[in-house]
Ligand binder design. Structure first.
Ligand code: PMT
Length: 411
């Protein structure tokens, strides 16, 4: 069944008589599980009040690009990054023209340019305006740039005309929004994803760990499910609900994570190592709580096995994707890790920037493979996860001969 669980939908309402239907659309999107925030153009506010959509969405409605107060709350760039989907409904002939010409002189057009999320447009206008060659050309331009359309429907119009130009019913628009996330790119594939931190026990109450929240790995799992994959997360301790239709295997330590991953390998086509695995664990875990003693004590640590390198080294290995958490020379270190660990792809993120990466809702990365790379602009982790899944799907069937030998002595 179609759903929008964990999805952030930025709904743009432009000024046409169908704007009143945006109230019902907010409700339909929420019923499918989405969080909704609304941008209204000036024209839209002539047809329906921001207060109505604020009450329904549960968030202040955004109306102005140059409103210093609103920009201090969630400014247009944050809104654009927050969105997993920008949905414009109704999309008037004017907004289509302005989008096609790349304008950014109001909040809605600026957000449309600034977002890396998919954009879905539900046109509504007079039938003659829809048929006009100018509108036809704008729709073709926007389609060529990757924007999706739902509708318009045909029938009797508010102005009395009959023909194409009616806004598609809100329930059908919400279904179309949900369908955008289900692209079937990994249909029938089996995906295993490691996520979250590991905990390496010192004694029964203390451990070594890190700040990974699991958000990136869980977003990848949702994207894989939406792409049609049977998806399992091998998860360190996190505070996140399991994404729909995903199997979660909970582990604590790196060695437990490795064991569970190896068990899953015979049924795994794609392995994504997003977990922040501790590189070292205490040489011994004390059976009793370590008592306070001298001013200084030393911990002896031993190296943990490298999970993703172990998987990639298997003769029958799945398509193996690692992450690289770097604090400098991000791309150079990531390319070195790609080769040394024998990976098919690696996602490099700069974890020295505390606004992205660990425990943030957004990320920014460069994805590298043997003979190429692609930068992924700063965006919400859900959107980034979809972009990563698309790249994986594109490279999956290309075959991976003669990967360089590994040197496991360095991290
Ligand atoms: O969980 P979030 O709060 O959303 O944060 C996301 C993230 C920052 C944790 C994520 O984007 C990320 O960068 N994950 C990789 C973290 C990491 O351990 O990177 P690394 O460069 O140290 O390791 C390289 C790769 O080897 C990673 O794929 C890692 O999972 C893997 N590895 C590392 C050590 C080890 N013993 N076994 C491994 O499999």
């Amino acid at each position: 069944m179609a759903h929008l669980f964990n999805r952030n939908i930025l709904l743009g309402v432009s000024g046409g008589i169908a704007a009143y239907k945006s109230a019902e659309l907010v409700r339909q999107l929420q019923e499918l599980g989405a969080s909704v925030r609304v941008i209204m153009t000036r024209g839209a506010q002539e047809f329906i009040t921001p207060l109505t959509l604020q009450a329904l969405s549960g968030h202040p409605v955004h109306t102005d690009l140059l409103d210093a107060e609103a920009e201090q709350g969630m400014g247009h760039i944050e809104l654009a990054r927050w969105a997993d989907l920008l949905l414009i409904a109704p999309a008037t002939a004017d907004i289509l023209a302005r989008l096609a010409s790349g304008r950014a002189d109001d909040l809605l057009t600026a957000a449309a340019l600034a977002t890396a999320a998919p954009r879905l447009l539900a046109p509504a206008m007079n039938q003659q305006m829809w048929r006009d060659p100018a509108t036809t050309a704008n729709v073709a331009t926007l389609t060529a740039r990757g924007m999706a359309f739902v509708g318009p429907a045909s029938g009797e119009q508010a102005c009395g005309d009959i023909g194409p130009g009616r806004l598609v019913e809100p329930a059908a628009i919400a279904e179309a929004a949900a369908a955008l996330f289900e692209d079937g790119l990994l249909q029938g594939r089996r995906v295993v994803i490691t996520a979250g931190p590991t905990r390496e026990a010192l004694d029964p109450v203390r451990y070594i760990s890190n700040h990974s929240s699991g958000k990136m790995g869980y977003a990848l799992a949702q994207a894989a499910v939406d792409a049609g994959a049977r998806t399992t997360i091998v998860s360190g301790p996190v505070q996140l609900p399991a994404p729909d239709h995903t199997r979660v295997i909970a582990v604590e330590s790196a060695t437990q994570m490795l064991d569970r991953c190896l068990e899953l390998l015979p049924e795994c086509d794609i392995f994504i190592a997003c977990a922040a695995v501790a590189d070292y664990r205490p040489a011994a875990t004390q059976a009793q709580k370590i008592k306070k003693g001298p001013e200084q004590i030393s911990l002896q640590l031993v190296r943990n096995p490298d999970i993703v390198a172990t998987v990639a080294a298997r003769e029958q290995h799945p398509f193996t994707v690692g992450f690289a958490a770097e604090t400098r020379d991000v791309v150079a270190y990531a390319r070195e890790k790609l080769q040394r660990k024998g990976l098919d792809m690696i996602v490099a993120n700069d974890v020295s920037d505390q606004s992205i990466g660990f425990n943030s809702d957004v990320n920014e990365a460069v994805v590298l493979w043997r003979d190429g790379e692609q930068a992924l602009a700063r965006t919400g982790k859900s959107t980034m996860a979809r972009q990563i899944v698309q790249l994986i799907a594109r490279h999956l069937d290309q075959g991976l001969p003669d990967r360089p030998g590994r040197d496991d002595s360095r991290k």
